[in-house]
Design a protein around this ligand. Sequence first.
Ligand SMILES: NC(=O)c1ccc[n+]([C@@H]2O[C@H](COP(=O)([O-])OP(=O)(O)OC[C@H]3O[C@@H](n4cnc5c(N)ncnc54)[C@H](O)[C@@H]3O)[C@@H](O)[C@H]2O)c1
Length: 284
Amino acid sequence: MAIKRIGVVGSGIMGAGVAEVAAASGFEVVLRSRSQEGADSMLAGLDASLARQVRKGRVDDDTATEVRARVSAVTTIDELAPCDLVLESIVEDLTAKQELFRELDRVCAPSAILATNTSTLPVVEMAMVTDRPDRVCGIHFFNPAPAMSLVELVPSITTSDTTLGDARAFVEACGKTPVTVKDQAGFVVNALLFPYLNNAVRLFDAGVASRDDIDAAMKGGCNFPMGPLELLDLVGLDTSLAILDALYAEFHDPNFAPAPLLRRMVAARRLGRKTGAGFYDYGR
Ligand SMILES: NC(=O)c1ccc[n+]([C@@H]2O[C@H](COP(=O)([O-])OP(=O)(O)OC[C@H]3O[C@@H](n4cnc5c(N)ncnc54)[C@H](O)[C@@H]3O)[C@@H](O)[C@H]2O)c1
């Protein structure tokens, strides 16, 4: 199947990043946000990112103009009808995602692939609310999508080989490296990463070391580019909590039980970079 037009639902961190990647790779992109404000802010973010790349000499003016022209932002779901593949990147909440899949199934052509960027939730439970469970697949990009090379491809037990092949072709056309992972919570990366991040919050809460020393220890001692608390702020503490809740619900492993401080910070809307404060203050 020739995939030409991509729909992206959700104009948060990941939706905006994936829209940029797909447009830069030559796909027409229709980004759906629920509000005009969300759509405008996503387009403003794309303009700023392209201007930054032109300033740094990574792309020329003409290319940036072409990439920008390939992206349109809409607020109604019906405008996703002409898309060959729709990737949802909304809040990490199964009920919200299932509601969206029902709507996408109604709006999109039967041949269209409906994909989820979920970090942990069961792909099969999204597939089964549609009339095309064979055309539903997980396509898990990493944050920030333009910079990270990996994409986890997550076929559920209902995904057809054709769909998986089409999804792989899309990912490769985006210049990313796919790995194929079974539909179980956390896939590979988050199943391994989140116990580590969660335990960093526990160490911090127990006063074993300061925030800065925990991050410095893991950067200096393991050569990680970011410390765990910085990384949690980048991912978003609400998304991180949802990931840990889903992992714990699936495996009941105590390492996945969210650190109480994480839940309290989410309750206080200290969600990390996206709200201007998390473990660090971003001065907004
Ligand atoms: N943040 C990361 O590092 C990361 C990495 C890979 C995948 N993901 C996954 O991508 C998805 C989005 O994460 P994000 O970090 O972009 O979150 P975000 O909080 O930045 O954005 C979420 C978006 O969903 C919208 N939204 C919220 N509730 C909705 C609903 N009921 N219907 C439609 N839209 C709704 C919000 O308005 C917002 O635009 C999640 O499934 C997450 O697990 C996140």
